[in-house]
Design a protein around this ligand. Structure first.
Ligand code: AMP
Length: 192
């Protein structure tokens, strides 16, 4: 890593792959900012802001919020001083257009994206995990139909982002079926 005091990371993986848990681990271990677009959108919706009202139907349907909405939100977070010590992106970029915008924003800040990591988990296991999560977390996008839509969207729109990034960022693929601690260990190893 070019600058060991600073980690600029992106964590990928379909819904249920453990991104949120592992991003929190990286935050506590490395002191980086955890930037989770899904969480930010759910907060906006809960607060009933204009943005929250705009994005509500997308969240409930498991569809992607328009790129320009997300990019404006993320630009603000990346430019804030809290991201100076490094960040882990969780759930962004989800489209190639978002990845291009990320490249521009980081270019303007004169910061690289150091590493992209992908948590890989087979679909049947994801469906099992998300159905269990639906019982404890009360998320309206963890119903069977919406789960299916979110996994389809990941396959169609987010997997191509990894091919796009691979031309200029190292992409580490991590087996997300292992125990949480083991996955964390592999992630730390990849971060180096
Ligand atoms: P997540 O918590 O990351 O699974 O995100 C929950 C929902 O928020 C997704 O199903 C999308 O509707 C929306 N969302 C989160 N991040 C993005 C993004 N980068 N682009 C578009 N929509 C997003």
């Amino acid at each position: 890593m070019a600058d060991s005091a600073r980690y600029n990371l992106a964590l990928f993986g379909p819904a249920g792959s453990g991104k949120g848990t592992q991003a929190e681990f990286l935050k506590s271990k490395l002191g980086v900012e955890h930037i989770a677009t899904g969480e930010m959108l759910r907060e906006e919706r809960a607060r009933g802001t204009d943005l929250g009202q705009t994005v509500g139907t997308y969240l409930a349907a498991g569809r992607l919020v328009p790129d320009e909405v997300i990019v404006a939100m993320i630009r603000h977070r990346l430019e804030a001083p809290q991201a100076d010590a490094g960040f882990v992106l969780d759930g962004f970029p989800r489209t190639v257009a978002q990845a291009r915008a990320l490249r521009d924003v980081l270019g303007n800040l004169d910061r690289p994206l150091d590493l992209a990591m992908v948590l890989e988990v087979p679909t049947e296991e994801l469906i099992k995990r998300l159905s269990n999560r639906a019982k404890v977390e009360d998320r309206d996008d963890d119903t069977p139909e919406v789960i299916e839509e979110r996994l389809r969207v990941y396959h169609d729109q987010t997997e191509p982002v990894l091919d796009y990034l691979a031309d200029f960022v190292q992409v580490a693929r991590i087996d997300g079926t292992k125990q949480v601690d083991e996955v964390s260990r592999e992630i730390l190893q990849a971060v180096g």
